[in-house]
Design a protein around this ligand. Sequence first.
Ligand SMILES: Cc1ncc(COP(=O)(O)O)c(C=O)c1O
Length: 408
Amino acid sequence: MVHIKRKELFNGRLLNYLKNVRFSSSLQAQDRVRPQPESDNSFKYADLSVRLAPPHLLQPKPDVRDLVFGKYFTDHMFKVFFHEDLGGWQAPEITPLESLVLHPASKALHYAVQAFEGMKAYRGKDDKIRLFRPELNMQRLNHSAKRLGLPTFNSTEFIKCLSRLISIDQEWVPHCETASLYIRPTVIGVDPTLGVATSRSALLYAILCPVGSYFHGPVSKGVSLLADPSYTRAWPGGCGDSKLGSNYAPTIHVQEKAEEKGLQQVLWLYGGDMQLTEVGTMNIFMFIINEEGEKELITPPLNGLILPGITRMSILNLAHEWNQFKVTERIITMEEVCRLTSEKRILEMFGAGTACVVSPISNIHFLNQFLHIPTMEQPSPIYDMILKSLLNIQYGYVPNHPWIIKVE
Ligand SMILES: Cc1ncc(COP(=O)(O)O)c(C=O)c1O
């Protein structure tokens, strides 16, 4: 315990002390997603049961050209219940895709006790299906679940169950390299009680949907962003580093504002100095000429305000390995973006995430002015080099890559 003298209460030092504790803990270390110790009380793959959909209920597979994100679902789903009173996790099952029956008092419906993940399975040129760093999605889901008072599970057991689900619905994994199978693991609190409390009953489930390429045809135009400092997505001590449904619902209205202005995405800012945090549902990167005249790739740090993206981490890993330019994780402010734009020192900006891998940025609408970012004018842009490198790993062009788990 830190001893605080009574006199200090009255001269403002306590307030400053408390401010420092809050910021140093939330912005520096505590909110980083650290691997949780794996749960011993997890459900087990060995207990998985499978109930297949009868042939007359199997759905026709949509044409890859007609794929719309999250519209078509495969024939089966994964489910496992957690009931504290029955000893914790129950036996996992794969069933036909079916509606859920929830008590109307379920915590998920009242207090947004819901966390989810977004990951993909890719069919390679060798017809093998691959998962990209799935253990990181599992770690992040456990981190999110913990933040909501939901039970955690063993990552390896869940990956084995997901692999079985994908292998049952394997024909749904598109047979081309412009599409993939999106995997949506979700965990919700289902106790039939209205108390704001730890969930004693939960449901972890996963559904699958084939998704097309984020970009239709070659990427020829970058996206335009709305940077409006009157909106904030996350704050110190909040949940910006967790993937909770409750982080996303409040962004819809702001996204609508962007679309009304003819812009595609929101650039989320934080604080008086207007720090860039995320772009839409992606992490943000900026490639510049720095004060020393060197090329530098910069992305905001994992300080609790941003989701620790798996694509973000993979880009940082690749960039460090390439060692062709400086790589830095640090705060970027709008003041810096405006200054570097006027000095023509920003070469590229792009968003990064599972959905599109990378999404080049061309314009930022900020306080009634347009900042043009010349990402699409670079002769050999690094966003493209990153995009191709990640796709090559995901679609199996790099043999035995350590980030890949094959679905057997
Ligand atoms: C808010 C937010 N930031 C970043 C990302 C990118 O994360 P990942 O690369 O793990 O898909 C996502 C996507 O899940 C997101 O929703």
